[in-house]
Design a protein around this ligand. Structure first.
Ligand code: MG
Length: 382
C-alpha cells in the first residue's frame, strides 16, 4: 500500500507516453515525476491517501465511510509546496481521474516558472473541462510554495488580517435521531451547527437537534427537495426553528423554481452545487442571496479569490466551504477566510486519521498559525 514508485520521466517522454500505467489498484499509490530541467527545476510527487470518517457520512445524495483524497507535493529550491484534492462524484471526479489530470498538468511545470503562478494557474485551469479537485491540489501546492519561499504565511502574503477569520460551523450529517443527538453533543465546542437534510426525514432530524440544543443552525438540503411547494413549506418551517440560511434547497438546474422560492422566504438562499467558478456567478444573482465557494469546485485559491471579487461586485454574501478534506486543504481555505461572511471548514474534523497537522479550532474559530505558506506539516511521507 505504501510502496514507493519513483518514476523519473521528462515532460517530453510523459507527453509521448500519455497517461502512463502506474499500477493503480484503486486505493493507494504514489509516484514522483521530476520536472527538472532547464526550465523550472521543480519536481512533483503525489499520493492517494484514505481518509476514514468518524461517523458514516450521509447527505441527500449518498453515504460513505471513507474518502480517497490525492495529496500533491511540489519541490524546488529545497522548499515543498503541499496540495490536496478531494474528488467528488457529484462532479464526475474519482481518485483515478484526479491522478490522470495531475499527470496531464506535468508538462506545464516545464513551460511555466512557479513565480508566474497566475499564468501557470490559468494554464492548469484550462486543462480539459472539470476535474477541479485535481487542479485545486496543484494550485494549493503552488501557492503554499510561493508563500513559503517568501517565508511568510499565505494570508500575510495576500494582505489579509487573520483576526477576521469568521466562526466555522460544524456539520451534522443525516442520521437516526439517536445518533444526531449524540453528534450534536460531540459538537459542543462549536457555536453554530450546519445540519444536512433532504432525505424525507427532515422533521425528525431538526426535532432531534432542537431536543438537545438551541444554537443557531444553518441547513443544507444538497438539492434534496425536488419541487418548489415542498421547498417553500420546509423553509417556512425552518425559519421558525432558528435557521439562519438554507443552502441549495433544490437541484442546481431548477433555477427558475429557486428564484420563485426566493421571493417567498425570509432567510437567505445560498448556492452550492449551482456554482463552481466565477463564470457561474452572474446568472445566479437573481435567484440566490449568496454563494458557497469551495476550493475543490473553483480549482483552487486563485479562482476562489476571483469568485470573491465577483460575488462582492454583485452584492452576494459569501460562504467558504469544503468537502471531506484533511487539515491541509482546510488550511488553504482558512488562509483566505478573512474575506468571507460565513465559514464551513470542518471537513478535517469529521475524519479520524487526519494525516496533516494544521491550525487548531478554538470555540469554533480557526486560529491561523504564523508558519510560512499554509502552515501545515505533513505526517505522511510521499
Ligand atoms: Mg452544500
Amino acid at each position: 500500500m505504501n510502496r514507493k514508485n519513483f518514476l523519473k520521466l521528462t515532460g517530453k517522454s510523459l507527453l509521448l507516453a500519455g497517461v502512463p500505467a502506474f499500477g493503480f489498484n484503486g486505493l493507494a499509490f504514489n509516484a514522483r515525476r521530476n520536472m527538472s530541467h532547464q526550465n523550472t527545476g521543480a519536481s512533483l510527487t503525489y499520493k492517494v491517501h484514505k481518509l476514514l470518517l468518524k461517523h458514516t457520512w450521509t447527505i441527500s445524495r449518498n453515504s460513505t465511510d471513507f474518502k480517497n483524497n490525492v495529496f500533491v507535493k511540489i519541490k524546488r529550491d529545497g522548499i515543498e509546496g503541499l496540495g490536496e484534492a478531494a474528488p467528488n462524484i457529484r462532479y464526475d471526479e474519482t481518485p483515478e481521474s484526479t491522478v490522470a489530470t495531475i499527470e496531464s498538468a506535468i508538462p506545464l511545470f516545464n513551460k511555466y516558472d512557479l513565480w508566474h503562478f497566475v499564468d501557470l494557474g490559468y494554464a492548469i485551469k484550462a486543462l480539459g473541462t472539470g476535474q477541479t479537485a485535481a487542479k485545486a491540489a496543484l494550485d494549493i501546492a503552488i501557492m503554499d510554495w510561493i508563500a513559503k519561499k517568501q517565508n511568510m504565511p499565505l494570508y500575510q502574503y495576500l494582505g489579509l488580517n487573520k483576526e477576521k477569520v469568521p466562526l466555522t460551523t460544524f456539520s451534522i450529517g443525516i442520521d437516526t435521531p439517536e445518533v444526531i443527538r449524540q453528534k450534536v453533543k460531540e459538537a459542543e465546542p462549536y457555536p453554530i451547527l450546519k445540519i444536512k437534510v433532504g432525505l424525507g426525514n427532515d422533521h425528525e432530524i431538526i426535532g432531534a437537534v432542537r431536543s438537545v440544543t438551541d444554537k443557531p443552525l444553518r441547513v443544507d438540503a444538497n438539492e434534496g427537495w425536488k419541487n418548489k411547494e415542498e421547498a417553500l413549506e420546509k423553509i417556512k418551517w425552518l425559519e421558525k426553528e432558528g435557521v439562519e440560511f438554507i443552502e441549495q434547497p433544490m437541484p442546481a438546474a431548477m433555477h427558475d423554481d429557486i428564484r420563485w422560492l426566493r421571493e417567498r422566504v425570509e432567510i437567505p438562499i445560498v448556492a452550492d452545487e449551482a456554482v463552481k467558478t466565477a463564470a457561474d456567478i452572474p446568472r445566479l444573482a437573481d435567484a440566490y442571496d449568496g454563494i458557497n465557494i469551495k476550493l475543490m469546485k473553483s480549482a483552487g485559491l486563485q479562482e476562489a479569490l476571483r469568485m470573491i471579487a465577483m460575488a462582492r461586485s454583485l452584492g452576494l454574501k459569501i460562504m467558504l466551504g469544503c468537502m471531506i478534506e484533511s487539515s491541509l486543504a482546510i488550511a488553504a481555505a482558512a488562509q483566505i477566510s478573512p474575506l468571507v461572511d460565513w465559514l464551513d471548514l470542518d471537513g478535517n474534523l469529521l475524519i479520524s486519521n487526519d494525516p496533516m497537522k494544521g491550525h487548531p479550532v478554538v470555540d469554533g474559530k480557526i486560529i491561523l498559525n504564523d508558519k510560512p505558506g499554509l502552515g501545515v506539516i505533513s505526517e505522511i511521507e510521499f
